[in-house]
Design a protein around this ligand. Structure first.
Ligand code: G3P
Ligand code: CA
Length: 231
């Protein structure tokens, strides 16, 4: 049976199927396609929250080496695809401007404090709501140190284990986000019984999208938002 709850479309790294991932151009494309949420990957480097997926620069930019060993100015001088710069998280917030929920994946260490502070700034000074954000990570220690119960948290899982719910409770998660390859219908049902939402990554193929809808998952991360919104 298909659930009547909304099936949310979260643009993965913006709209990665169409634009250079994790760039403002990609974020704008996901918004234009009507995504309910925008997912991006965040590191804290040289005092700035920057948006990039890998620990190294080669795959997505014209730079070389580890992101964490660069200055912010060096990172910002790079081409992240089609002339786009590596954005800051602040630029992503200002681009989204509350038109979608921002799913912030903490990739690097020591990102949780600066992310919490930036969210607080937008809530307290700019009229945003904590519900405009979800902070997620595979790193439980980072999620623990978010330490603000008003910020929604999602625990990223590769293959869910029997103890996943304990981990979710430990980080005060409101959602668990498993990989498509490992998610099962009993897992979705178990998470829902426990009051957890389930967002699955990364779902691009029509047959997989149909299966996720059928199983009642709450939403998917997708490189192609239009495939979710106009199946
Ligand atoms: O947030 C879900 C998904 O983005 C996690 O995997 O490798 O695409 O960051 P990855
Ligand atoms: Ca991610």
């Amino acid at each position: 049976m298909t659930s009547s709850a909304p099936f949310l479309c979260i643009g993965h790294r913006g709209a990665r199927g169409h634009e250079p991932e994790n760039t403002l151009r990609s974020v704008r494309r996901a918004l234009a396609l009507g995504a309910d949420g925008i997912e991006i990957d965040v590191w804290f480097v040289d005092g700035e929250l920057i948006v990039i997926h890998d620990a190294r620069l080669e795959r997505t930019t014209n730079g070389r080496g580890y992101v964490s060993r660069k200055t912010c100015a060096q990172l910002r001088a790079l081409d992240a695809g089609e002339g786009e710069r590596i954005p800051t998280l602040r630029e992503v917030f200002e681009t989204v401007e509350r038109r979608a929920v921002i799913h912030i994946e903490l990739k690097g260490r020591r990102t949780s404090g600066p992310v919490r502070a930036l969210i607080a700034e937008f809530v307290e000074r700019r009229g945003w709501r904590y519900e405009d954000f979800v902070v997620s990570s595979f790193h439980r220690a980072e999620l623990r140190t978010i330490s603000d119960p008003r910020i929604p948290i999602a625990l990223l899982l590769t293959r869910p284990t029997k103890l996943y719910a304990l981990s979710a409770r430990h980080v005060r998660a409101v959602a668990v986000n498993p990989a498509l390859r490992y998610v099962t219908r009993p897992f979705v049902e178990d998470a829902h019984r426990r009051g957890l939402k389930v967002f699955v990554y990364t779902v691009n193929e029509p047959a997989d999208l149909a299966r996720m809808r059928e199983w009642g998952v709450d939403g998917v991360f997708t490189d192609f938002p239009e495939r979710v919104l106009a199946p």
